[in-house]
Structures are given as C-alpha cells and as structure tokens.
Design a protein around this ligand. Structure first.
Ligand SMILES: C[S@@+](CC[C@H](N)C(=O)[O-])C[C@H]1O[C@@H](n2cnc3c(N)ncnc32)[C@H](O)[C@@H]1O
Length: 329
C-alpha cells in the first residue's frame, strides 16, 4: 500500500480509514479472501449455520412484538458477503414462511445508506469494531490524542484532541482512566447510532461484537488499549505492519453505545455473551437437529470443526457480546 501523506501529521482515525476502506488500496475494498480458512480470521457466520438459525428464531419473536404487522425491514449493517443474511432468510423460509413472506432484507455495505422509515430489525455482526477510531493517551489529568507523523516511516506523537466529543466519550465510556494508558474513541459509532435513530420508525436493534461495558474496562489491564490486527489467522499488535493487508479492529465501547442511544430514547436489555444468547434462542434444539441430520458422519467433519470454532469454551461465543435494544417499540 502507498500512503498518500508525505511529511504530514494525521489522526489514527484517518490512517485506519485509509488502510481499511480506501477504494483503490483498502483491506476491505480490495482483498479477495478475508474470512474463513484461506483468509485472515473467522466471524461467527463463517463457522456454522446454527448461529444464523438462533438469530432467526430470536427475530421472529421480535417481529411479533412490534406494534404493527409486516412488511418488516431486516437491515444488516456491514453485511460483507451476505452469508449471515442468506442463512437467516433460509431459516425464516423453512420454519416461519408467513413471516418470511413479509420480510424485506436490506444489506448495507460501504458507501450505502440504511433505508428510511425502518420498521423491523437492524442487526450487525462485527460491524462497529471495524469502524475507524481515534486513539488517545491519558496524561495526568489530561487526554492527549495520538497522531501519526508520516515521513518515509510512521512515528507517533501526542497533541491536543481534534474533536471536543472525544473528552465527552472518555467520561461516558471509561469514567476514569489510568496514567499513560491508551484508549480508542469511536466517534463514527456515535454518528451511526444517531443516523439510525433518524431512519427508524420502530425497531429492535441487535449488535453482536467484541467489546466491554465500563466495569469491564476498569477490570482489564490493557495499557495499549484494545486495538488488534489480524493477518493470516495471527494476531498482530502493530497497526503499522502490513498496511492495507491486515484487518484493524478496536473493541466496541458498549457503555458509550447504550448511553448515547438511551439519550435518544432507546431501551437496552442487559449486555450478554453470544453463548448466553444462543442458548436462549434454541441452540440445543438446533444441535439435536444437526445430529439427527447426520452431522456426526465422517464426510461432515469440516462442518463439525466449524461448530467447534463457534462453541469451544473461551472462544468466539464467550468473547462476543450481544446487545438488544428497542427503539420506539
Ligand atoms: C468485520 S467485517 C464483518 C462482515 C460480516 N458482518 C461478518 O460478520 O462476516 C465489517 C464489514 O463492515 C463493512 N463496513 C465498514 N464500514 C461500513 C460503513 N460505514 N457502512 C457499511 N458497511 C461498512 C466492511 O466493508 C465489512 O464488510
């Protein structure tokens, strides 16, 4: 990747945006294989369809709770290749055909806007953790923004924060901070929530992502923050290695997400793990069905390994969080 800046100072947000989303060189815009065994990492939709089946069963329940009947929007933010949406629709068609008839699936990818007048469900899997973030460092009682100086190589330096919303975000999301520690500030997440609020008439919003509430941020010890990169199934801690060839993510601050949306009148259910959510929405029943349909046969080993990746203790279903919110329901 050729960086377009020479002898210039830019925010980390600008750098991350360029590395992931530049139309000609960005990771998400140009890389062929991102997910799965040939790519850089797995997301739950690439492990096994039972993930989508549990979501579909939950969605049927949410559709039924909406104050007026269908047609319903089913909006997926950051849908990627659309595997999750496809598997959810398959499950709705097979098990809930009357609801399926009234569902208008709207995948939203880069450069596209969610529809107006949403009545239904807005959901996302690993969308908010892929939005470009500002990075800051706590210095005595002051918050300093981390800038990049690009001049042949990349070096970091500290300066004044670029946006007054950053301090507000820090107070809401972390309440207090530790001297010398680094934190990520996802202003694009706030803008996205505010934009969704303008577009929603009545909806459930389901967010699946890596992240913490403020108590978890207090408990963890991550002086360098939660920024992580993925390259060929390896975790890379250096965001400046492989620019444009590796994924860069930052954990979602669920404290900021819930507080921002609650100011807009949204109601949040308690944050849970993906595992708790899957159990609530029929995981055992789906596993029994898969067994009855021969998933233990030797030729379905690949599928079984996918299930293992989804359900292994300490794995993706324990680290992923699920947030369900009601907007004018
Ligand atoms: C980590 S991937 C997750 C893809 C998919 N949801 C999955 O779970 O496999 C994040 C996705 O969000 C998309 N994305 C990033 N910013 C976006 C934006 N502002 N609007 C819509 N999609 C966006 C990226 O292009 C990418 O496909």
């Amino acid at each position: 990747m050729i960086l377009p800046w020479k002898n210039q100072q830019i925010t980390f947000e600008r750098f991350m945006d360029f590395c992931l989303y530049d139309l000609e060189q960005g990771y998400y815009t140009t890389k062929q294989e991102i997910f799965g065994p040939e790519g850089d990492y797995y997301t739950s939709p690439y492990t096994h369809q039972v993930f989508a089946y549990c979501l579909a069963d939950a969605f049927v329940h949410y559709f039924q709770l909406l104050s007026r009947p269908g047609p319903f929007h089913l909006v997926e933010l950051g849908a990627g290749e659309g595997f999750l949406g496809r598997d959810i629709l398959t499950r709705l068609q097979d098990a809930h055909p009357r609801i399926f008839e009234g569902v208008n699936y709207c995948p939203v990818e880069l450069g596209e806007d969610p529809p107006e007048g949403i009545h239904g469900i807005v959901f996302s899997n690993e969308f908010f953790d892929a939005l470009p973030v500002h990075r800051v460092r706590a210095r005595e009682s002051e918050i300093r923004e981390i800038y990049l100086h690009i001049d042949g190589g990349i070096s970091e330096l500290e300066g004044e924060v670029t946006d007054p919303r950053i301090l507000e975000y820090m107070k809401t999301g972390f309440r207090e901070w530790k001297e010398g520690h680094e934190y990520e500030v996802n202003l694009k997440m706030i803008e996205m929530v505010e934009d969704l609020d303008r577009r929603i008439d009545s909806a459930f919003v389901l967010t699946v992502d890596y992240g913490y509430d403020w108590e978890e941020y207090q408990a963890i010890d991550r002086p360098q923050g939660t920024l992580l990169c993925y390259h060929r199934h390896q975790v890379v801690t250096d965001p400046y290695a492989n620019p444009g060839r590796q994924d860069i993510t930052a954990h979602v601050n669920f404290e900021v997400m819930t507080r921002t949306s609650e100011k807009l009148g949204w109601k949040s259910e308690p944050l849970t793990t993906q595992r708790v959510f899957l159990h609530k929405w029929g995981l055992e029943k789906h596993l029994e069905n898969e067994e009855a349909r021969g998933i233990l046969n030797p030729e379905r080993l690949e599928e079984r390994l996918g299930l293992k990746t989804l359900l292994i203790p300490g794995g993706i279903s324990d680290t992923m969080k699920m947030l369900v919110q009601q907007v004018r329901v």
